[in-house]
Design a protein around this ligand. Structure first.
Ligand code: SAM
Length: 810
């Protein structure tokens, strides 16, 4: 066996958690890290203090702070912020609290009554009212966009606008006038108070000529108020990449009298600005207006179709996109840009329909792009969402599938990535009112999801229909032409449905060193429909923002697909299920473990495992074999029904000790040990000695399974050459389930696979002893046997499958 396989195998064995779980995948990972973060305690104490104080403050009239004090406090913090930015200080931890949930305002402006700052009470949502305020300062962007505002009486307060997009353009400038619906006056941790807005639709930014702006606050535009002047102003902003301002100006232009042709041109300009900021719904409306107004074969209609196709592509409506481009091609066959888009749409449709991906290309793209957003389509294979009884909805097969079959391949709806190599970004910690903290990419994910929905209301149901426990969302989805996105609903949905991931599952398996945080998190709506089972029938892996789901065993039609939410080996598995997802797992393993909790069998298992360990140390294979027998005897149900994790774990240690490290075992015995390890995981394997090798039942999927099949294949080269091919096939299938694809299997099997021997192995590696080829002095374990023969490292292989000595992910 080549050196690279050994070092990789050893690296896995050095890291026990990776024997079972190849990567952190459950939504809780980031949250659990957050709860052990050094700042967690501090924030938790602050939260508890706020909680203690809040009830006594509710409805209290606040003391009016001196105007100068509010302004100077703001200036102090803002200038500190500017100084830090100028000095390139990053890496700070930005912390914030989420208040107790409250619904967004669902009343239209005309139903609300005006109130003033002076009337506002602490810790109160002033329902049925609004206040009109003007910013006295430029914005300071911390966790929230912060400004100081005044009302028409000249009373002032800090205003914190949460979850607003950071698109490089200031959201609030000095003099910006806003309406705050149902204002919320919040007591701050430092004893001060201010206005806080959590729902995007609760703040309305008024354009300069809005009639609701008091005369004293109105400012004259620096150009004439004609359609053409506004349009020109919009184009100035557009050219400086100030798309939000451009949209405002084009919108102003459209309120002025103009010719139908000018209106179409302005709409098309605005459409382009909408496309730039990902507001595809709005872009689509502009193109549809133009297509309904302009002459079909005109230049305007040609442009409108092209932009319509782009908007549909952005919404991942590839079929419609293709139809638009097809029509465009008929009328304007020379339009080269349209042709490029048409080819792209056809490729997406093929992926969407047939699930045909070039996975090598996906890996290459994930390696290059930051963030690793991959421009490919979601494929939904033989699965459908349907009722799963007491578990709510679930995902089911629509036809029989085989282990390793692709179930679906889903592009993330929203995906947040933390590029460690990008330098000194600030980290974020969000303390929920329920005491659960969220850190890093999940905080970003939360804000990104809110933004994406607010910008594209047609997508709201895709996310709000996901499971949100007992949270009662408001039924209103739109008010005064604005979409309503309930921030607290989104927070709950992300907590229950988001997955943490690494850049790719493949790189995660090959990366050395400690892993403390997953580098990304995302929302994959279809993947969110799978319920949990510790003994899942599906497995997920990642390439950038793509989630690949494969069957872990052969399944009939109409079988429910399940997977782990929290790693099988995590000691807090059951508690986490209860706390975070609100259910008790009733899989065969959990039920069996429950029966064991009286302790008798558990203690005897632990004793036997220790005995086996001592026997390995002492080099006594006889004792190992008899103790493994005894350990097997502590299980009542067959391993295909209830996997024997303790047996698997200890057999892995034995395999590591005798097959990989000491190399003092004969191939027959190596094969026996490996087969026993696989069987302990629930693999129902027929044959395996000679003649036949058939997996009747697939067991638990863990990274070690691939290694087992590869080691077995090598053993068979000496003992049963007719089984090399089936072992290779099973290795490949296991690899496909684990990594998501098997195009990269060559990396893993390099120098060891049947193919690898003749194609990729260097002469030196080919000569290096394999499990099976290595002449063994004894078929007994022997601590005093000759030490492992060092095989020269091969640079390419070691860089791919590096040794991991790190702390396992939580
Ligand atoms: C990500 S959602 C899964 C889809 C969800 N069942 C639905 O109706 O949309 C997670 C929620 O599903 C339910 N669930 C998942 N696995 C379960 C299980 N094994 N037993 C009971 N409920 C489960 C729990 O309510 C959990 O909070």
């Amino acid at each position: 066996m080549g050196r690279s396989m050994f070092s990789w195998l050893l690296s896995k064995l050095a890291n026990p958690i990776l024997r079972r779980t190849p990567h952190p995948t459950a939504a809780t990972d980031a949250r659990d890290i957050a709860n052990t973060h050094p700042h967690f305690e501090l924030l938790n104490r602050q939260r508890q203090k706020l909680l203690r104080n809040a009830p006594s403050l509710v409805g209290q009239r606040p003391t009016k702070p001196p105007r100068d004090l509010v302004l100077s406090r703001f200036q102090l913090v803002a200038s500190q912020n500017v100084r830090n930015a100028a000095m390139g200080r990053g890496g700070a931890l930005r912390t914030s609290h989420l208040p107790p949930s409250y619904p967004p305002c669902v009343a239209s402006f005309s139903e609300l009554k005006k109130t003033m700052i002076d009337n506002l009470l602490l810790e109160t949502h002033h329902q049925g009212t609004y206040i009109l305020v003007r910013s006295l300062t430029p914005q300071n962007r911390m966790v929230a966009v912060t400004v100081v505002v005044e009302d028409e009486n000249g009373d002032i307060l800090p205003l914190l606008l949460y979850h607003q997009a950071d698109d490089g353009e200031p959201l609030v400038r000095e003099g910006t006038v806003m309406i705050l619906k149902e204002p919320f006056l919040k007591a701050m941790a430092d004893g001060s108070h201010g206005l806080r807005v959590d729902h995007l639709s609760d703040v309305v930014f008024l354009p300069a000529n809005d009639k609701r702006i008091p005369v004293a606050w109105r400012r004259k535009p620096n150009h004439s108020s004609t359609a053409l002047a506004w349009k020109a102003q919009g184009s100035n902003h557009f050219n400086q990449s100030e798309y939000r301002s451009a949209i405002e100006c084009y919108t102003q232009s459209l309120t002025c009298p103009s010719t139908p042709e000018e209106i179409c041109t302005t709409r098309l300009n605005r459409c382009l600005a909408f496309l730039k900021v990902g507001r595809y719904d709005a872009a689509l409306l502009d193109t549809e207006f133009v297509l309904a107004t302009a002459v079909a074969a005109s230049k305007l209609a040609e442009k409108a179709r092209l932009r319509k196709a782009e908007a549909l592509y952005g919404l991942e409506r590839y079929q419609e996109c293709y139809e638009v481009l097809k029509e465009l091609h008929l009328d304007h066959p020379d339009n080269a840009a349209a042709e490029v888009q048409r080819t792209r749409a056809i490729t997406r449709l093929a992926e969407q329909t047939y699930g045909k991906y070039n996975f090598k290309r996906l890996h290459a793209e994930a390696a290059q792009r930051r963030p690793p957003y991959l421009d490919h389509a979601t494929y939904i294979g033989p699965v459908r969402v349907q009722d799963a009884g007491s578990r709510g909805r679930g995902l089911f097969t629509t036809k029989a599938v085989k282990a390793g079959d692709l179930l679906f391949c889903e592009k993330a709806f929203t995906y947040a990535f933390d590029d460690e190599n990008a330098g000194t970004g600030d980290s974020k910690l969000l303390m929920g009112h329920d005491g659960i903290a969220t850190i890093g990419t999940q905080v970003d994910l939360f804000n990104m999801a809110i933004q994406k929905l607010y910008r594209n209301p047609s997508l709201i149901p895709t996310i709000t229909n996901l499971h949100h426990g007992s949270y009662q969302p408001t039924a209103t989805t739109q008010i005064d032409g604005q979409p309503i996105v309930d921030t607290f609903l989104l927070h709950r949905i992300i907590a229950i449905n988001a997955f943490s991931s690494s850049l790719t599952t493949l790189t995660n398996l090959a990366t050395p060193g400690p892993q403390t945080t997953p580098s990304a998190s995302g929302i994959w709506p279809l993947a969110s429909s799978l319920n949990h089972s510790c003994l899942g029938t599906a497995f997920r892996s990642f390439i950038g923002d793509f989630l690949i789901a494969r069957a872990t065993r052969d399944l009939p039609a109409n079988a429910e697909l399940t997977w782990w939410y929290h790693p099988l080996e995590a000691s807090d598995r059951k508690e986490t299920m209860r706390r975070q997802w609100g259910f008790e797992c009733d899989c065969a393993l959990c039920v069996d473990e429950g029966r064991l909790s009286e302790g008798v069998a558990r203690r005897s298992r632990e004793g036997l495992v220790e005995g086996i360990r001592r026997a390995v140390e002492a080099g006594s294979l006889d004792a190992v074999e008899s103790d493994v027998e005894a350990l097997q005897g502590t299980y009542v149900r067959p391993a295909v029904e209830v996997p024997r994790l303790e047996v698997w774990d200890i057999l892995w240690e034995v395999v590591e000790g005798v097959v990989v490290r000491r190399r003092t075992v004969a191939p027959e015995q190596a094969a026996r040990l490996i087969l026993a390890a696989l069987r302990a995981l629930g693999y129902g394997i027929e044959g395996g000695e000679r003649g036949t090798l058939v997996v009747r039942e697939w067991g638990v999927m863990v990274s070690g399974v691939v290694e087992c099949w590869v080691l077995l294949r090598e053993a068979y080269r000496e003992t049963a050459p007719e089984l090399v091919a089936p072992a290779e096939q099973y290795a490949r299938t296991a690899y496909r389930i684990l990594v998501g694809e098997d195009e990269s299997f060559g990396l893993f099997g390099e120098g060891r696979g049947v193919k690898g021997r003749s194609t990729t192995t260097t002469p030196r590696a080919r000569r290096s002893p394999s499990v099976a080829a290595r002449p063994s002095a004894s078929d007994r374990l022997s601590g005093s046997s000759s030490p492992p023969r060092p095989t020269p490292p091969r640079p390419a292989a070691t860089s791919r499958w590096k040794r991991s000595t790190g702390v396992p992910p939580p």
